[in-house]
Write a new protein. Sequence first.
Length: 1069
Amino acid sequence: MGGPDGSGGPPRPPADDTGRFNLSAWAIRNQALVIFAVVLATLFGVLAYSRLGQSEDPPFTFRAMVIRTFWPGATARQVEEQVTDRIGRKLQETPHLDYLRSYSRPGESLIVFTMKDSAPVSEVRETWYQVRKKVSDIADTLPPGVRGPYFDDEFGDVYTNIYTLAGDGFSPAQLHAYADELRGVLLRVPGVAKVDYFGDPDEHITIEIPNAQLTRLSITPQQLAQAINAQNAVTPSGTLTTAFDRVYVRPSGQFTDLKAMGDTLIDINHRLVRLGDIATIKRGYDDPPVSQVRAGGGPVLAIGITMQAGGDVIQLGKRLDTQIAELRGRLPAGLKLVEVSSMPHAVSHSVHAFLEAAAEAIAIVLAVSLISLGWRAGVVVAISIPVVLAVTVLCMDGFDIGLHKISLGTLVLALGLLVDDAIIAVEMMAVKLEQGLGRAKAAAFAYSSTAFPMLTGTLVTVAGFLPIALAKSATGEYTRSIFQVSAIALIASWFAAVVLIPLLGYHLLPERKHTARGPARHFALKIRRHDDTEMNSSRTATLPATRFHRRLRECIVWCLKRRLIVLGVTGALFVAALAGFALVPQQFFPSSERPELLVDMRLPEGASFAATLREATRLEKTLAGRPEIDHLVDFVGAGAPRFYLPLDVQLTQPNFAQFVITAKSVDDRVKLERWLASTLQKSFPSARTRVSPLETGPSVGYPVQFRVSGSELGTVREIAEKVAAIMKDDERTTGVHFDWDEPGERSVRFEIDQQKARELGVTSEDVGSFLAMTLSGYTFTQFRVRDRLISVDLRAPQSERVDPAGIVNLAMPTPNGPVPLGALGHLKNELEYAVIWDRDRQPTITVQSDVRGNALDLDVIQAIDRSLEPLRASLPIGYRIETGGAGEISGNAQASVIAQLPLMLVVVLSLLMIQLRSFTRVLMVVLTAPLGLIGVVGALLLFGKPFGFVAMLGVIAMSGIIMRNSVILVDQIERDIAAGHPRFDAIVGATLRRFRPIMLTAAAAVLALIPLLRSAFFGPMATALMGGITGATVLTLFFLPALYATAFKVRDGERDLRSASAPVEYTWS
């Protein structure tokens, strides 16, 4: 690396001919320092890659909290009025509240408190504290007998791994005991945050006593429970203090096993009776069950594992695989621990696919560089790519940005952009070398002539991604790393272009001209070196009169002469694109590419758990033996836990079951989905079923949803019926239904004759307690086993709990002796709501559906929304129809991004004004930005791709990419005019010279997107960007010169007349 002066270093050019600091010249003067810094940054980048957390989806803050309250014995309407509404009224005082979604069931209230998307993440914990505080403040005002409220602010936790534990001959209690042992080991695995169980029924000890026994003994259920509890109670019994120590006194009598409980002597009316002689004592589980997890045709215990925040899911998966393999060897024979859901495996597959796409994109960019620039210049650009990527990864590690589908896809997208500055810099340096300048001066000139236009273009491109970063919505948070990764990569690429590229070019680029070889020789513009050797003198370069060059020059001159036609045609194309955009299919987010398939089964409201279990078991048998299925797990009485971030989790409901079917491949999933769609309708007509792949983006559930809200439930239901009819008229909808049905749960009301009850000394509470004990049983004490408490319940035998008509024949103890219950009143059959859904304390019915076949959700929603306008106009005051589902979330997401466009515009205009210092020139550059829409619409229509949220983000960012090229072209025109060339020739010459680098950078950006076309998530965005950048680049090269000539009134006469017959000459300065 010795310089020509024999000093052992490179020539030391001045900082800049104008006296300004020149970063490229500095890099050449300090080669050792620069090389050391580049190598160090690259090594640290490689190390940082191994430290980056890997996950399937980006970190996402769930702004939802569940508040659950129980009021045994109350109807759904009573729960709504006395519990749900009271709590909801208080919660509406909480800051950052977006909406309350609640349901009231007989004996149960559940409220989902959802924060505004715009609420800062730092306020989430404080908000949850305020929710707890406000609800606790009114807990004492709730009706007697209410249990709770209970809070769950971990609703959004994702289970990275789910295992099932099962074995023939093992009881649920035994499975629980083994699961506890596994849990203790798994919690010690680095990266594990918590371990939860699913399908783990609560154990109960049931004391069943016939009504006839209570009558014979003349004892009430309360008296019997009190007598048993008195012996089992834990009470302080004092201590003995001696001269040396204290001795605790412990009375016996507490139950140690079922035999001891049966041997208990109870004093009943001064008679000692053995409990086992008058009652049957059983040890069992929830009856009826609350929920059940099933796999392999039988119930299992599911074990879910969550990862610590910021962890690496792939590394966690490896550690868990090792630990689980060891644990399997320690389990008793017949007990099986099976993995049924593995996020690490899914993420590993996803990361591998994106790394393949990144490798393909790198290869494409390298090929473009080598073919178009020649091998020396191509190698210069090629070396910069891994350096920029390493620096990008290093910064990602510093900003805590992990590897996931968004950041990985953005890296592939950025690969085509991060070589733009490198191509421009090496192109300029090569030109000056061909003109005869030395390597050091060529590098310094490249910096002084292109660095700041490139920087402006880079920052404008980054600003195009700014609305994504600032969007205050859940979707904005989900996609925010698009801005972060793009900004890091683009800024790193600019520094590489002005520091690393000149240094590499200094050593690799030849000082003599070498004619380009290869497929690009007819595309590249050949520059001839002139004898001028002074950097600041007027030098010209001659373009050879090749056929391609002549045609290109003639096109540019034609556009300048007929500028109004060019502007008019471009404007017409833009208007046509706006009109054609209405034909582009609309979609929020595509389905996931994972092999899982969800099957939801919902029986009518009021269906028992047993009925749901029967239907779920039938479906298991139907699915058995299907060749497409790898394995399946079904959850009866509740939905699957959140094994996938965007999963729409279903809460506990006795009439609901959900199957998670893992197919052998995505193709098998598609086949199975088609088969199930027809099979379920035929074989399960009594159940409402839904087959759906996993979602991407924020969870939506049914894509088409319209909410009807108002003060009177009857009116709300009438309006909802009309909405459903309109939705059914659209042939693209399927399975239109309400989220909750009409009253359908049978109830038997016991009308008490209050006067007769008073005569017998009985209250309504006494009657209610007697019926509760007889039919459902109630807990009156606990059986203590090590660290577990087992409820002890008192109830009637099964034979007395199945016939509603037999209730009146039960003998109820009274102070005046037992009397038939029928003597105190009569039965009345009724129908009542099994559930009442509210939104913001108003009854709300959601009419929802899926879409058929290849129909897209947003297209269907927009069409139905227009059809609902007449109905909306006729609604009574206080009633409303709102769009939900994909339409609402998409609208909120788009609005949050669009709201940031003014700020993006201010930043872009400020950057352009600093660089161009002219309102007219700034306006010209800005007017080129919308040209991309022409290519976007054309590409999406040509390839049949939908325009979704991710594509919208890409199109907004594309405006910055387009303006970047425009800035560089306008800056070149201004430089040529300042050098003394006629304005007409300056426009032609600048366009000719910028044609090559602009086309090369556009080609790199477009071709690097090819690997993303395979991605369902990024494919539409890649298609839109490829069409938009291609169309806008071509139009910019002809539209912008015509616009410039029009704006500054450049006349055809302002030209060197020799250029009409001789090769054009222009100044490189």
